[in-house]
Design a binder for this molecule. Sequence first.
Ligand code: PBG
Length: 327
Amino acid sequence: MEITQRPRRLRGNDVLRKMVREVRMDKSSLIYPMFVREGSNIKEEIPSMPGQYRYSVDRMEEKLTELCDAGVCSVMFFGIPDKKDELGSGAYAQDGIVQKAFRKARQVCPDLYLIGDVCMCEYTSHGHCGVLCGQEVDNDRTLELLAKTAVSQAQAGADMVAPSDMMDGRVAHIRKALDGNGYVNVPIMSYAVKFASSFYGPFRDAAGSAPSFGDRKSYQMDYHNRREAWKEALLDVQEGADILMVKPAMAYGDLIREIKERTHVPVAAYSVSGEYAMVKAAAQSGYIDEELVMCELAVGAYRAGCDIYITYFAEGLAKCMDKGIIG
Ligand code: PBG
């Protein structure tokens, strides 16, 4: 048979397949999201996220060391306070849970890169991502509190802040507050393209942050929209965002690609709690191979164009890179 082009020639063995891989990944691009809570000597499993835990500050060290040993160098903290109030004051308290976590992490693992999620929903009694005015989230009043939160995280030792609230103008506001307090070198990774997604369910169980009424559709994006995603991304770059995030990752590969092509900043993809939970549940039922599906999802996000991948599977992926399954 005369066939000039035989694509199979480059798939003949493992060395060759690896030689011609188009996507290369590196452990340094992984960020692990971690839940920290008040209390002592607590490591409690999150029921809808098997293998993920809420840690009290005194129990964080074991996990942080494990991450470092696996080669995962960046962690993003989510705080779970004991008390919540209307104004989410725990988010910007000097001795707030996340602030305590930063100080502890800095002390036990000085080389870890520490990122703070900046949002109000884990700290407000109503579970919304900002201050309420009636039944609505008041955008402009919320900006002040977000800026305070970002500054207090930087004061506690955060290397980077990541606002996830989806208020308009927050990147500019946070930038100004950080600069005004001497934190000109603390980058902002903006959750610029964040959708009102049902994939966040397990996270809200983990953080107790589900809204007590209504939903987040008046501030998070409608997932039918693509051009609006560029609008959000371009606005955030103008406002001073250093890194843009697309969230969730799994059903949003098209947007990861477009944001990558239309901007000149690094792009992060957040593979969220629901993605993790689906893989775990299907694997536990014996329907899929957990490790291989985890790898395939990660490569899919990198192939779509992300530079940074935020995932509860960070440690497992790092190990698969060591084993050469992906990388
Ligand atoms: C806070 C926040 C959420 C997530 C990250 N930051 C929840 C939400 O917006 O309801 C979700 C992360 C995940 O599902 O893993 N606003």
